[in-house]
Design a protein around this ligand. Structure first.
Ligand SMILES: [Zn+2]
Length: 484
């Protein structure tokens, strides 16, 4: 099992679109391999490639197990470079038994009828197909739809006068762009498959960051809110998305100083709430969804944030962006409004496979532990505490995330293309600023209120910490298991 610290690192990398690095390395290796293939066969680089290929063929282990043979970090220097090319090609879905540029880019030539036909990549010694005197040629991605070709995206016309024999022997801008685009598409496909598999695994991860990240992401890319000018806003939103805000759910997940870990998430009480139904000792758990959606002490800030969302949802500019992106405008007051709010409050541009963590079933009672007896009222209050903070509706969550994504992408595009973008004019920026302001307000209010709460300082609502044994260091006394 991964340590929570590693999970946090992975979650952070997914949030910034820098996960994983192996796929990026593969892409760079394959780009260089494509370039070498167009080099003169007498060049030192091309001959070195042939020598490396012969080494792989001679090494039975490398031939049998391209990806794992000599793959330990202290053995990598023994791998021939072509072994790494073959392994990268296999990971990119290229037939590694015979990798060729033909699998990345097709060469097409216009025939007498004005239609483009695909010709095989010319190989040394092979006769060239007969062609019109001055054919027009182009590179095309193999998976591009013929009726939706876009220059620079899926098709690259070659300059007039290009010879068929030289089209694939010249590392010109067209071949360069076509190869790079093909590798980028395959690399991103591979990367997002890895991300999705990791998100599914992270739904049951031990660390807060991984679990929350798995609910707020469906793919890894640089999140637009990272462009916000206020660094504190960015930091607070990032922490909220990863569940690493200073609430009891996060603070009591692992031992922190004198505070022992509380294993059962439902026992991590909110110190701002009154007991449920007035039953002493039964408090709502202070989860992220409780703080953002339920806790009554932030009702005023929440109402203001909801009002801002409703105003933005009705804004003509925002509606036009949503319509262009074919995203539904969500309702922040109708059925499943809380799902929509939870997704919007966290600026989710996609939702993962996991429901929000408040929906996780409570840990089963420990073997041999007696079930605490209680009056019907006490049992009812405990059942209320164990029930989710809100009814999560996946369809609403996906629709709201699509709306958030449409607004944020438009802002993201403007940030990239306009140097002096007027931030206030972009609905995506307005949304990001409003939500980060809400998150910041909630946690400022929380800190202010709890500073004046005596039982928070001594944590009287929780079971007391075990008494330290004489002479033993404090860290040995707290449970260290991170699971639960
Ligand atoms: Zn509360």
């Amino acid at each position: 099992m991964r340590r929570p610290e590693t999970e946090k690192g992975d979650a952070l990398k997914r949030e910034t679109g820098t996960w994983d690095q192996q796929t990026r390395i593969d892409k760079l290796v394959l780009r260089y391999w494509c370039k070498i293939q167009t080099m003169d066969e007498d060049s030192t680089t091309f001959r070195a490639l042939c020598l490396s290929l012969r080494t792989v063929i001679a090494d039975g282990g490398a031939r049998r197990d391209l990806e794992d043979h000599n793959a330990r970090i202290d053995q990598l220097h023994r791998q021939p470079w072509m072994q790494q090319v073959f392994a990268a090609a296999r990971r990119f879905g290229i037939d590694a038994s015979r990798p060729s540029m033909e699998q990345l880019v097709l060469l097409q030539v216009e025939d007498e009828n004005g239609e483009y036909i695909t010709v095989p990549h010319p190989r040394p010694g092979q006769p060239l197909p007969s062609m019109p005197a001055a054919p027009r040629m182009r590179f095309v991605l193999p998976d591009a739809a013929p009726d939706a070709l876009a220059v620079g995206e899926s098709v690259w016309p070659l300059p007039a006068g290009t010879l068929l024999s030289m089209a694939l022997r010249t590392w010109g801008p067209e071949l360069h762009d076509a190869c790079f685009k093909a590798l980028e598409k395959r690399g991103n496909k591979r990367r997002q498959e890895l991300v999705r598999a990791a998100l599914v695994a992270d739904t049951s991860a031990s660390g807060c960051a991984a679990r929350y990240s798995a609910t707020a992401l469906s793919a890894s890319f640089k999140q637009p809110y990272l462009y916000l000018l206020n660094r504190a806003d960015v930091s607070r939103m990032l922490q909220a998305r990863l569940g690493r805000v200073p609430i009891e759910e996060f603070k009591r997940e692992s031992p922190r100083g004198p505070l022992p870990r509380i294993v059962d998430r439902l026992e991590r009480c909110c110190y701002n709430c009154a007991p449920i139904d007035g039953i002493a000792g039964v408090y709502p758990a202070e989860t992220l969804s409780h703080v953002l959606l339920r806790c009554p002490v932030y009702a005023e800030a929440r109402a203001a944030a909801v009002q801002q969302l409703c105003t933005l949802a009705a804004d003509p500019a925002a509606c036009a962006i949503a319509t262009a992106a074919r995203a539904q405008v969500p309702s922040f007051s109708g059925a499943h409004a809380e799902t929509a709010l939870f997704v919007a409050f966290r600026l989710c541009m996609g939702v993962g496979p996991a429901p929000p963590p408040s929906h996780y079933p409570a840990p089963p009672p420990r073997a041999g532990a007696a079930i605490a007896p209680g009056t019907p009222e006490e049992l009812a209050a405990q059942a209320k505490r164990a029930s989710p903070d809100f009814v999560y509706d996946h369809k609403t969550a996906v629709a709201t995330a699509a709306w958030v994504a449409a607004l944020m992408r438009e802002w993201d595009d403007r940030v990239r293309t306009e140097y002096n973008v007027v931030m206030g004019l972009s609905p995506g920026f307005v949304l990001a600023r409003a939500m980060t302001a809400y998150v910041a307000t909630v946690f400022r209010l929380r800190r202010c209120r709890l500073q004046a709460t005596a039982d928070f300082a001594s944590r009287t609502r929780d079971a007391p910490a075990p008494a330290p044994a004489a002479g033993a260091p404090l860290l040995d006394l707290v449970p260290s298991s991170p699971s639960g």
